[in-house]
Design a protein around this ligand. Structure first.
Ligand SMILES: Cc1cc2nc3c(=O)[nH]c(=O)nc-3n(C[C@H](O)[C@H](O)[C@H](O)COP(=O)(O)O)c2cc1C
Ligand code: SF4
Length: 677
């Protein structure tokens, strides 16, 4: 099948630099740098693994070129000569692991997209207009930059490029996308200056070209310099493809940039979903922007991004001429070996990114270091990348065939244990099978399929229709028992009317065990509740969703739901789809469940003129519904383990069976336990 992949495997050329293929990992902040901006061992191990995996170019997450332009607390610094040695350790380790690999530094000034708390300074920007993060945490009005300060920043970009080159990076990329400082100058939305850096198109583009010119002067004609721009800001008042085609032409005409990397989106709710797209967005949804920019320039190589995870799809993009290089960033977080597997025609072994956001953006937006749901090794390469054989081969029994159980079994078997996996149903996948049912969540299924493909390859014996009992486990007599039996949604008994027949839970609803009527009320504020609500709405049911939470984040009562989803990207997309289909009842509490409906009670009301929530009038209302689906609490499934303690020499609980949490945590448990036994 992968004989069809031809262009993706071809070497590429950027200035004088030859890349071993056309697969690029674009910059993605890992939050693995030390607070002083130096490179850590964790970061070295993470990027080295991506180099070893065969990518053509690995660009490191955006670095800050000066303290005032810093966007986060754990960003790499290109702002200071003192950081050259630590960056050199990274590039040396990378080149040692991947002599043909190329590693780049992205140079960024955040402009208004940062806080005083992050930088210690008032943010600076083309105009004193506050940044636009949908979480609302950016509140500082930036200082309007003087022309003198603009010239200083241009020098700071050039100095940062010099340091990157001295530190051994193979290329630098100027970050002019995603609404950071250079993007802020481009967009009339954020640039309202009247001087030579504002007003006309030429004036707004000036700083970008001057940065490129200064960088080029510093690094010389042969050193690869790229630039990342948007192909569309996807925001009212922002730039469109047509505008960015002109920007790209100006960049090409100045002859200082060796490639243009095309992305999209600003820090608006819609924009962030384009910057890093969740599962709900179609794969390759930005291809037209790559094609649009490519058609506007003559020779400059174009990189395109946007949910490209399948090498065959990437090949199609290249064959259609929409770009010269394909960015597969999260695909390489999920599987750093993807390029090698493409080269070896092992496409079915590629562990797929499922665009869940849980390990990457959900964490990095919260200033945590990056990992990956499907690949818990990401961020833990130092201690997990190499598997070590156990001191003694053991008989390992894994009970529960969800993702965590399968991953634990896979790693234990790879290390050399004799592993058996019991699954009580006739299919592997566990709760992830249900997670894959709602609309636009199908990709959970890709990960399950990957795990199922891998188990026989590593010698795991799988027994389906094999429920676990204390007796059965005793008889099997494993040396090690890994319990991965998950959790079930419990209906809290404090709910008045909780035992009525119309009450059910999300799992039974999705699995079809509960037959739903035409009018359904969902109670719960996590992602699964909303996804189930959407799934029911897609079946033409009248669906209500209730939430008593009173929050003003996003200035929108809808933000009270999907509280478990840190990433406002995923949350926003979820909401935007759900909004049209579901009747949301904000500021309401469930008072009692009756035979044919519920009594709900108002907890507050939105102020008619502002976004504040006030107490308002308290009133009860009866709502007629056929089903009440409650998703408020999960209980671990452990009854089957009674009496095993002290009988089985080594017992480990993982995932929801240990403590109900997210799939990300369950996978990390699996990774840890399977390496410790
Ligand atoms: C955790 C994370 C951090 C990111 N940080 C940056 C960054 O530092 N600079 C940048 O230009 N883009 C950043 N991005 C965007 C990525 O470069 C890329 O455009 C995005 O992940 C979409 O590509 P993909 O669908 O192949 O993952 C980040 C993305 C993620 C997931
Ligand atoms: S955490 Fe999810 S979105 Fe992020 S790289 Fe891993 S699978 Fe992809």
């Amino acid at each position: 099948m992968s004989e069809e992949i031809f262009l993706l495997k071809q070497p590429g050329k950027i200035n004088n630099m030859v890349t071993r293929n056309r697969i690029v990992m674009s910059s993605a902040i890992t939050n693995m740098a030390a607070p002083d901006g130096s490179v850590t061992e964790q970061m070295i191990a993470y990027y080295t693994e991506r180099g070893r995996g065969g990518a053509g170019i690995v660009n490191t997450g955006y670095s800050f070129i000066c303290q005032r332009g810093r966007a986060g607390k754990y960003q790499m610094s290109t702002a200071d000569d003192r950081n050259i040695p630590s960056m050199r350790r990274l590039t040396d380790a990378f080149h040692q692991a991947a002599p043909e690999g190329k590693i780049g530094a992205q140079l960024c000034h955040a402009g208004r997209q940062t806080t005083r708390d992050t930088t210690g300074y008032q943010p600076e920007a083309p105009s004193p207009i506050v940044g636009t993060l949908p979480t609302g945490y950016i509140k500082d009005v930036p200082e309007e930059m003087s022309v003198k300060r603009i010239h200083e920043v241009i020098d700071e970009f050039a100095e940062a490029a010099r340091r990157s080159k001295e530190a051994g990076f193979d290329l630098v990329e100027i970050h002019a996308a995603h609404g950071y400082l250079l993007g802020q100058f481009l967009s009339p939305f954020s640039n309202q200056r009247n001087d030579q850096y504002g007003g006309s198109f030429e004036n707004r583009t000036r700083i970008v070209l001057e940065v490129l010119e200064a960088v080029r002067a510093k690094v010389g004609p042969d050193y690869p310099v790229g630039i990342r721009i948007n192909g569309d800001d996807l925001m009212d008042g922002g730039y469109t493809l047509e505008d960015y085609q002109k920007v790209a032409q100006s960049i090409e005409d100045c002859h200082f940039a060796d490639y243009i990397s095309v992305s999209a989106g600003l820090h608006s709710p819609e924009g962030v979903a384009a910057m890093v797209a969740p599962m709900a967005m179609p794969m390759g949804f930005l291809e037209h922007l790559g094609a649009g920019i490519r058609s506007a320039v003559k020779n400059t190589p174009i990189f395109i991004v946007g949910r490209i995870k399948d090498p065959l799809h990437a090949e199609g993009i290249l064959q259609r001429g929409s770009a010269d290089f394909c960015i597969m960033t999260r695909a390489l977080m999920a599987d750093p070996d993807l390029p090698n597997k493409v080269m070896q025609n092992r496409l079915e072994d590629i562990r797929p990114c499922i665009a869940c956001m849980q390990g990457c953006t959900d964490r990095t937006w919260s200033q945590l270091d990056l990992t990956c749901l499907v690949n818990p090794v990401a961020g833990r390469e130092r201690f997990w990348a190499k598997l070590t054989p156990p001191p003694r081969k053991k008989r390992v029994l894994v009970v529960g065939g969800g993702p965590a159980g399968m991953e634990a079994a896979r790693i234990a078997a790879l290390r050399g244990h004799e592993v058996t996996l019991w699954e009580k149903s006739d299919r592997l996948g566990g709760a992830a099978l249900l997670a894959a049912l709602p609309p636009r969540r199908e990709e959970f299924g890709d990960f399950i399929r990957w795990l199922i493909t891998q188990l026989p390859k590593v010698g795991v014996r799988v027994s389906l229709n094999q429920p676990a009992s204390s007796e059965a486990v005793r008889q099997f007599a494993p040396d090690v028992l890994i319990a991965a039996t998950g959790a079930f949604p419990e209906i809290p008994k404090h709910l008045n009317g909780y035992s009525r027949p119309i009450v059910s839970n999300v799992y039974d609803t999705l699995s079809g065990k509960t037959q739903t009527g035409h009018r359904v009320l969902l109670v719960g504020n996590d992602t699964q509740t909303i996804e189930c609500a959407e799934w029911l709405a897609d079946q033409d049911k009248k669906v209500y969703l209730i939430s008593g939470a009173q929050t003003q984040a996003w200035e929108d009562p809808w933000s009270a739901i999907a509280q478990d989803k840190n990433s406002f990207t995923g949350r926003y997309v979820l909401m935007s789809f759900a909004r049209d289909k579901i009747e949301f009842l904000p500021f309401q509490m469930l008072k009692s469940i009756e035979e044919n409906g519920v009594v709900i009670s108002k907890t507050g009301e939105q102020h008619p003129c502002t976004t504040s929530v006030r107490i308002g009038e308290l009133e009860d209302k009866f709502l007629e519904v056929d089903n009440v689906i409650v998703h408020l609490r999960m209980q671990p499934v452990r009854e089957w383990m009674h009496g095993l303690e002290g009988v089985i020499p080594s017992i480990h609980l993982i995932g929801d069976c240990l403590e109900p949490r997210k799939a990300l945590d369950a996978m990390a448990d699996a990774g840890r336990v399977s390496r410790e036994i």
